[in-house]
Write a protein that binds this ligand. Structure first.
Ligand SMILES: *[C@@H]1O[C@H](CO)[C@@H](O)[C@H](O)[C@H]1NC(C)=O
Length: 250
């Protein structure tokens, strides 16, 4: 009898604890990376706000392979993938696009060298409203998408499935040593002027309207941020601690 009561108490305590974790949203969000590209890519993660990095900041992902990482509540960060990476004779790891310049597969808190297609995710602390988007503000190197699993609310997928590099005007092209066009720079990266970077007197949405270049990115990928003050349509929301699915070449 007394054993049963103890058991009941333990179960009750367990249920309460689980309910607390569930309601408080203290559990992690799982981020699953899938490589749909014909070639290997090297995904990378960067945690913002000086918080601890995820368990991996960079890894190799073969074509058709997938891998999951857990992100804690109240996580904000960026995800991208590097292409055409290799290790030289001295052991230094480098990539043709979206390099993070650590000389290693891990990015260890370094960001992507533009151009890089980015997924940005903000995971709320309490199972509240998450925000996520695809951003071409730092240019484009690879088609990318973000979708949610579970959660409640709008939870729409945001995708940039187009190869924007194919439509990239000459002045924005990033070429490899062999002359191949590898990626497409943003106008801000290419020209570094206040008008394109929304800095100086252009530092508010009212004074930094779309440009022909940002419109071009928008035409190619209408769900993605095309420049710093792109319209609100580019931000997506989902509540209740969804998991995330990131696909390269969706
Ligand atoms: C995108 O287009 C560029 C230029 O044609 C090409 O080099 C690259 O391989 C393409 N990328 C993908 C992922 O298809």
């Amino acid at each position: 009898m007394s054993n049963n009561r103890t058991m009941t108490k333990i179960l009750a305590l367990y249920s309460l604890t689980m309910a607390f974790f569930f309601l408080s949203g203290a559990h992690s969000a799982r981020i699953t990376f899938t490589n749909n590209c014909p070639n290997t890519v090297w995904p990378a993660t960067l945690t913002a706000d000086q918080r601890p990095q995820l368990s991996s900041t960079g890894f190799e992902l073969s074509s058709k392979a997938f891998l999951s990482l857990d992100a804690p509540p109240l996580w904000r960060g960026r995800i991208w993938a590097r292409t055409e990476c290799s290790t030289d004779n001295s052991g230094k790891f480098t990539c043709a696009t979206a390099e993070c310049s650590t000389g290693q597969v891990a990015c260890n808190g370094n960001g992507a060298k533009p151009p890089a297609s980015l997924v940005e995710i903000f995971i709320a602390a309490d199972g509240g409203q998450d925000f996520y988007d695809v951003s071409l503000v730092d240019g484009f190197n690879l088609p990318i998408s973000v979708a949610t699993k579970g959660g409640s609310g709008e939870c729409r997928a945001s995708s940039c499935p187009t190869n924007v590099t194919k439509a990239c005007p000459t002045e924005l092209q990033m070429k490899g040593s062999d002359g191949r066009v590898l990626a497409c720079k943003s106008a801000c990266t290419a020209f570094n002027t206040p008008k394109y970077c929304c800095t100086g007197t252009f530092n508010v949405p009212e004074t930094c309207p779309p440009t022909d270049y940002s419109r071009l990115f928008k035409q190619q990928c209408f769900q993605a941020y095309s420049y710093a003050y792109d319209d609100k349509d580019s931000t997506f929301t989902c509540s209740g601690r969804p998991d995330y699915l990131i696909t390269f070449c969706p």
